[in-house]
Design a protein around this ligand. Structure first.
Ligand SMILES: *Cc1c(COP(=O)(O)O)cnc(C)c1O
Length: 358
């Protein structure tokens, strides 16, 4: 059975992107690869809003999320937690044997800048982890407000996950003074999973260079050394790099502002649909994501039955992440979706809800 994913990652991948992946392999130390790699830097820098080097890591986002910790944490990391991915980051830090503390908020609540300031002011921290858009509960934190706080603590290296917001909304790493920003391929970029892009400040690189047990595979110093030569430290996932090249062309053709506007519009369209059906947003008002909607399942719809019926019509949505399974459901509007494709999904959902007598 074939069906289209409207879950918040992986999302549907276009035919054009899939075709790009089928190009013949090239050697990763060849002039052809160097030219491919170098061509990606400027468009990626534009998406990050940075002059920093942008590296390509052949792993899902967690590889870099773990690797970043191992590179920059020498004393203690503070993990801002407001959902499944940000909660997990604390666990990952501890599994790496690092000193780590959590700054917890209820799922669906944004990271509070005042609470961040109060905790960092206690001292002892040399790094912070932060998720811009907590995909598990569709909650967007106020990155500029948090960046303002981080600026008061120059010894603290910031590690920011923009996995589900990257390229869908404005990001200005340099203006915000963020150190290490990363994003995965299968969310807002609408590529298959397996590639992570990361932009690293000179400050974070300098820290990494003095961190002894930073490992090899995600060693930022190795990434920088190879980046200068237009290459990656080890053999990269070349088909996904072809796909990224193709996607960056798509993004340039659409234009950044129209792309941001499309995500906002489609997001509002789904949100408005939800509210007519009695589904309120789960995250705090004013902090709903622009790339997905996480709805509270207040009417108590059987979400397993809903997805079973929806799949027959060619679509899948998400029935809630982790402890929110059944209590919330999530609809993604990331990637290449249009007014028409979202309308098709909502029409199918209307039919299913009628069948379920909602
Ligand atoms: C999906 C996601 C991740 C994890 O990505 P993997 O590709 O599974 O490693 C991390 N952070 C956020 C915000 C995500 O949405």
């Amino acid at each position: 059975m074939s069906y289209k994913l409207f879950i918040p990652g992986p999302v549907a991948v276009s035919e054009r992107t899939l075709r790009a992946m089928t190009r013949p392999m090239i050697g990763h130390r060849s002039a052809d690869f160097i030219s491919l790699y170098r061509g990606l830097t400027a468009p990626l820098q534009q998406l990050f809003g940075t002059q920093n080097s942008v590296y390509l890591a052949s792993s899902s986002a967690w590889g870099v999320m773990e690797g970043a910790l191992r590179n920059v944490v020498q004393k203690k990391v503070l993990c801002c937690m407001n959902g499944a991915f940000s909660d997990k980051w604390l666990d990952v830090a501890r599994r790496c044997g690092l000193e780590a503390a959590g700054l917890p908020f209820a799922w669906g609540q944004p990271v509070d800048p005042e609470a961040l300031r109060t905790e960092l002011a206690k001292g002892g921290y040399d790094a912070v982890t932060l998720i811009h858009n907590e995909t598990s509960c569709g909650c967007l934190s106020d990155l500029p407000a948090l960046a303002n706080v981080l600026r008061e603590f120059p010894a603290v290296i910031s590690i920011v996950d923009t996995v589900s917001s990257f390229s869908a909304m404005p990001l200005n790493q340099d203006a915000l003074g963020l150190d290490l920003v990363l994003s995965g391929s299968q969310k807002a970029l609408a590529l298959p999973p397996g590639l992570t892009v990361l932009s690293v400040s000179p400050r974070a690189l300098a820290r990494a260079a003095t961190t002894p047990a930073r490992g090899y595979y995600f060693d930022l110093v190795e990434f920088e050394k190879n980046h200068v030569g237009g290459m990656t430290p080890s053999t990269p996932v070349i088909p996904l790099i072809y796909a990224l090249q193709s996607k960056l062309e798509d993004i340039a053709a659409e234009g950044l502002e129209p792309r941001f506007a499309r995500h906002r519009r489609l997001n509002q369209m789904v949100r408005a649909w939800g509210s007519t059906k009695g589904f309120g947003l789960f995250p705090r008002v004013g902090h709903g994501s622009v790339t997905l909607n996480c709805f509270a399942n207040t009417p108590g719809v059987d979400l397993v039955a809903l997805n079973t019926k929806l799949k027959v019509r060619g679509f899948v949505v998400d029935g809630g992440y982790g402890k929110l399974k059944g209590a919330t459901f999530r609809i993604s509007n990331m990637g290449d979706e249009t007014d028409a494709t979202m309308a098709e999904l909502l029409a199918a959902l209307d039919e299913v809800l009628r069948e379920l007598k909602i």
